[in-house]
Ligand binder design. Sequence first.
Ligand code: ATP
Ligand code: MG
Length: 541
Amino acid sequence: MEVSTNFIEEIIDNDLETGKHDEIVTRFPPEPNGYLHIGHAKSICINFGIKEKYHGRCNLRFDDTNPAKEDVEYVNSIKEDIEWLGFKWDNLYYGSDYFDKMYECAELLINKGLAYVCDLSAEEIKNTRGTLTEPGVNSPYRDRTVEENLKLFREMKEGKYADGEKVLRAKIDMASPNINMRDPVIYRICHVPHHRTGDKWVIYPMYDFAHPLEDAIEGITHSICTLEFEAHRPLYDWVVNNCDFVNKPRQIEFARLNITRTIMSKRYLKSLVDNGTVTGWDDPRMPTISGLRKRGYTPSAIRDFCSRIGVAKANSEVESSLLEHCVREELNETANRGMAVLNPLKVIVDNYEGSETFVVTNNPNDENAGSHEITFSKELFIDKDDFSLNPPPKYKRLMPGGKVRLRGAYIIEYKGVDEDENGNVVAVHVDYIPDSQSGGTMAKEKVKGVIQYVDAQTAKDATIRMYDYLLLDGEGDFNDRINENTIEIFNGKVEPYLVQKPYTRFQFMRVGYFMVADESTEDNLIFNNIVNLKDSFNSKK
Ligand code: ATP
Ligand code: MG
C-alpha cells in the first residue's frame, strides 16, 4: 500500500482497508457561473489526484441548479481548463440532469412527514430562524398535512405561484444548535429559464438539498469540499439518509486556497471583468486558469504548486511567490535562452566594420536543446539600465572608463556618448576588443560584468508586457488595495531567434521568463512576462 500523504487519503485508505468501499469515486462540482481560478485548481488536483492514485473515478459535474447566474460560456471554459491542467473526467454530468429525481426525493420527504410547504417570506424565515444562542420559532405552516403539502408543492411546480410566495422546507428541528438544521429551505420558486432545461422547471432545489443528492445518485464515495461547508455536513447526511440512499457519500472538508495579493472569489473576479479593470476572464493578470495560461504558466507548474501547498484542515494564506517559484523552477530547466532589451539604447562600435555571427547554446540546463546563431555588427542595442554616466558604487555594467562583456560576443570598452540638445544620451560609443570572444586570446580580459545586447541590423521590434499583482500588499478589504499599475508596456528589441509562434516560452537573459503572447504575429511581436528571474520566495526563507 502507498503511504498516506494527507488526512483525506488516510480516510480513504481506511475505507479500503475495512472494505467499506472497493472503488473510490470523487467529483469536481463547479457551478458554471464564472471561470476557474487557481483555488479551483487545488480542488481539481485533490479530486483528480485521488482518482489517479487509487485507480478510481472522478466525475466532472456542473452544479447548475441556480439558473440565474449560469451560462454555457462558463461550461466550455471549465472543460477546457481541466483538460489543459492534464486531467480527464470519467463522466460528465449536470446537476440539472437530476431535477426529476430531486423532485421525487422532495415528494418522498413530504410523504414521510419530513418536508412542508411554507408561506413565510424570505425575510420572515430569516427572522424566525433564531440565533446561535436562541432557538428558532416554528413556522405556522409546519403542521400542514401530507396531502396539503403534496398539493401545494405540485402547484408550485406547475407555476401557480410567484417567486418567493412559497418554499419547501425540510422539517428537522427549529431548536437545533446547528442553524443549518432549523427547517432549511430545500426548494424555491424561480421563474427563470435554465441554460439546459429551458422553462421546464419553475422550482429549483437549494444547494444543500441538491448537492448530497447529486453525490448519492452518482455513487460518489468521498465528497470533498471546502471548510465553509463543515456546518452543513449534518444536513448533507440528513438528506442522504432520509431520501433512502443505500450508497452514502461521505463529505470531507479541506481548507480553501488563499494567496497573498490575489483575489480568489468568482464574484469579485467577475466585477473586474464587468467594470473593465481587466480585458476579460483570461486577462494574463487574472488568477484564473485561463489567465495563467495566457500569461505563460504551464499546467505542470500549477500542479506542482498544488502538490506543494498540500491539503490541510486549517485555512491559511499561501505566499504568491510560491506559485512564481514553481513556474520559475520549471522554466529554468525547460525554457531556451534569448536576448532582448526592454529599453533600447544605441551602442556604436567605432572600431568595428562588417558583421559576423556567434553560436550560443539554447539552454545550459538541457544539452538536447541545441544552439542558435546571434549576430554582431557596428550598431547594437543594450538596455538603458545597463549604462550609466554617473554610476552608483559597485555598478557592474557599462560606464565611463569601464569594460563589459556582451553576452555571447565581444568585450567592449567605453569611449564616449552622443547627447541630444537636452543632454540626454542617445548613443554610446565603444571600441570592441578583438579576439575577446569566448575562447579568444583576449577572452580573459577583466570586465565589470556581462550584459545582453541585440544587433541593430537583425533586431526585431517587440511589445513586451510586464505585469504586477492586482492587489497591493497588505490585509483587509481588497477594494482598498486595488493596484492601479498592473501593466507596463515596453517597446523593446529582440534577437530574431525569439520570433516564434505563440505560447513559446523563453528566458530573456538577465530579465526573466517570457512567453510569445497568444495574439502575437510575426509583424507584431508581443511577449508576456511570466515571472522575473529573482526568486523572492527563496530569499525569504
Ligand atoms: P466562489 O466563491 O469563488 O464562487 P465557489 O466555491 O462557489 O467559488 P464552485 O464553482 O462552487 O466555486 O466550486 C467548485 C469547487 O471548487 C468546490 O468544490 C469548491 O469548494 C472548490 N473551490 C472553490 N474555490 C476554492 C479555493 N479557493 N480553494 C480550494 N477549493 C476551492
Ligand atoms: Mg459556489
